[in-house]
Design a protein around this ligand. Structure first.
Ligand code: FAD
Length: 584
């Protein structure tokens, strides 16, 4: 005959002092392992507390209305198999969380098991094969974890490799070359107008994508990361079902990393018409419209505008806020705006698109002080931001909190509110950038592997790969002013850079901000060719707590654009000789 065994509340994540709303068993009742014993309710979810093993209930120490937390003694049972250690506590399987937010319905789902069929169990699952997901999967595998990576699309790489960073930069390179050949006349070299073979251009872009995505498949094989192609949905805190082309697979896991990313925001008031496209449609480059309207003057909108302008479209940009690239300092945006105002058909700021009528052309209505009431376009690109996929993974079945906007909030170890479930990348919030996703990915994988790692970046740099490029990191000057921070600024105009002038460019600017007392770098902004490459030095300086003196005294090669950082720091140090710019 086995002895009496205590039943305690298992790990129920962040739920504390939750109220018992239903008791589902009676003293003397025979219970089966994982059978629901009682139901508790918080303001976010209802949870079922499962039985730890087969047995007979001997006592129940809680009643409806009691508040319980992890570890609360619920009662005792006697094992029917007789193999429970005498007088010990039994670990109750994880609670089944039913519903987060308001509509609380209960579901029964399997809880964590470590003795399940290994084919259906992973130590770590990663949902989403974008830069966040594949980095997390690779890092976790390198740290000895058995990893399954789940991706809904037939290829790895996510938005960045397939319909984001990489294809856009491939096309932007072409646009850049086309634009540069036009400026060569001033250097005494004239080129004929380019002959553009769109099919070849698209094939070359797709070739770049394929090289990278094929490379990822090779890396998964080398690391023994199993990839399942299908749509993952949480069934419980320790299981997902995956809809694959061969049917549904169920998978249990110890840890999950959610890297399900984001998708373009759709403007619901606009009609559905194949000529109204998003960034993915724009990158497909089906045709080059005569007249293109870009809705959204942020980074993605302006990058795509540059591509289509170079390929021959008459481009109009409309932006709701009063300036292009909101969030970036105005002095950095100015040279870009000047350049593209001269090149594009029109740029309307503080302007809203109110309606699009579809006919032979797309007839677009605007409200804004400088915009016409309406104008006709052949295509409209909507680039008004991206929306996280947090509400598309049945997160509520695992008890994961998802914000109204679809983001999953994490702590600085990338843990969601459910401690064994992590979230990384676009789904965790802005800035939605690939380099943020990959760094968060490494933190999540390392924490799962038992490392004391934190996401502790002092800055996540931003780059607009426009012409000229704009890059910034750390504090913007606008933020420094708003926060009343005592700062010193070194702003070096590229008109005084030998390297910049030799490239035929003079509009650039390198601006460094330093804390007045300590001299430590606070922020940097660069506009000009290759700004995106140059900003990395400022990022390192910020992470290393470098001062203006450190940057001014570091010998930069001459003649380079990188010298402009050196000169900007020298302005603050009062040691600049390339300009007559004495320290005040
Ligand atoms: P994603 O790349 O979005 O990957 C998420 C993956 O999860 C997708 O493959 C998706 O299919 C999969 N998935 C979703 N739901 C499920 C599910 N239920 N089951 C299984 N799989 C699922 N960032 C930069 O840093 N630099 C740039 O130059 C840059 N340029 C960009 C240009 C464009 C046009 C766009 C659109 C974006 C650009 N970005 C850029 C942003 C960058 O692409 C994203 O920040 C980055 O891809 C986010 O990575 P992620 O891993 O979080 O998500």
């Amino acid at each position: 005959m086995s002895a009496s065994t205590a039943i305690e509340v298992p790990n129920i994540g962040d739920f504390k002092d939750v109220e018992v709303i239903e008791i589902l068993v009676k003293v003397g009742e025979t219970i089966k392992k994982e059978q629901s014993l009682l139901t508790v309710e918080s303001d976010k979810a209802t949870l079922d507390i499962p039985a730890p093993a087969d047995g007979i209930i001997e006592s129940l120490l809680v009643k409806i209305g009691d508040k319980i937390s992890q570890g609360t003694l619920l009662g005792h049972y006697r094992s029917s198999t007789g193999n429970t250690a005498s007088g010990t506590n039994t670990t109750t399987p994880a609670a089944t969380v039913s519903t987060v937010k308001s509509d609380k319905q209960k579901t029964s789902a399997p809880s964590k098991t470590n003795d399940s069929d290994p084919a259906l169990h992973a130590e770590v699952i990663v949902i989403g094969g974008g830069p966040g997901g594949y980095t997390a999967a690779f890092r976790a595998a390198d740290l000895g974890k058995q990893v399954v990576l789940i991706e809904k699309d037939p290829m790895l790489g996510g938005v960045c490799l397939n319909v984001g960073c990489i294809p856009s930069k491939t096309l932007l390179h072409v646009a850049q070359i086309i634009n540069e050949t036009k400026t060569m006349a001033a250097h005494g070299v004239e080129f004929d107008a380019p002959k553009i073979d769109i099919k070849k251009l698209v094939a070359q872009k797709n070739d770049v994508i394929k090289k990278l995505t094929d490379g990822l498949i090779g890396l998964t094989k080398k690391r023994n990361v199993e990839v399942i192609y299908g749509i993952a949905q949480f069934d419980s805190p320790h299981s997902v079902s995956i809809q694959t082309k061969d049917g549904t697979k169920n998978l249990q896991f110890d840890y999950a990393i959610i890297a399900a990313g984001s998708e373009p925001v759709v403007l619901p008031q606009l009609p559905k018409d194949p000529r109204i496209i998003d960034s993915t449609g724009a990158l497909a480059l089906d045709d080059i419209p005569e007249k293109l309207l870009v809705i959204g003057g942020g980074i993605i909108g302006l990058e795509m505008a540059m591509v289509y302008d170079a390929l021959g479209s008459a481009v109009t940009v409309v932006e709701l806020s009063p300036g292009l690239i909101p969030g970036c300092d105005r002095d950095l945006v100015k040279p870009l705006e000047k350049m593209i105002r001269a090149r594009y058909a029109a740029i309307y700021l503080g302007t809203q698109v109110t309606e699009i009528k579809t006919g032979k052309k797309l007839n677009v209505s605007f409200t804004g002080k400088d915009a016409p009431t309406n104008a006709e376009f052949d295509k409209v690109l909507v680039a008004v931001g991206r929306r996280p996929n947090g509400d598309k993974i049945s997160a509520q079945n695992a008890g994961i909190m998802v914000s109204e906007r679809g983001f999953i909030q994490t702590d600085n170890q990338m843990r969601s509110n459910v401690p064994h479930i992590f979230a990384i990348g676009d789904i965790t919030g802005p800035p939605m950038l690939a380099h943020k996703a990959t760094h968060e990915a490494k933190v999540a994988a390392e924490v799962i592997a038992g490392h004391k790692t934190y996401f502790d970046a002092r800055t996540i740099p931003s780059v607009a790969y426009t012409d000229p490029e704009i890059a910034w990191m750390g504090l913007t000057e606008e933020e420094a002013k708003q926060q009343n921070i005592d700062y010193e600024k070194g702003a070096f105009p590229w008109a005084a850079s030998g390297r910049s002038l030799s490239l035929g460019r003079s509009e650039g600017l390198t601006k460094l901000l330093f804390e007045k007392n300590s001299g430590r770098i606070l922020g940097a902004g660069i506009v000009g060719p290759n700004a995106g490459e140059l900003i990395a030095e400022a990022v390192l300086a910020l992470e290393m707590n470098a001062t203006a003196a450190d940057i001014a005294l570091s010998i930069h090669p001459h003649p380079t654009l990188s010298e402009t950082l050196n000169f900007a720091a020298e302005i603050v140090e009062g040691s600049i000789t390339d300009l007559y710019f004495p320290k005040k």
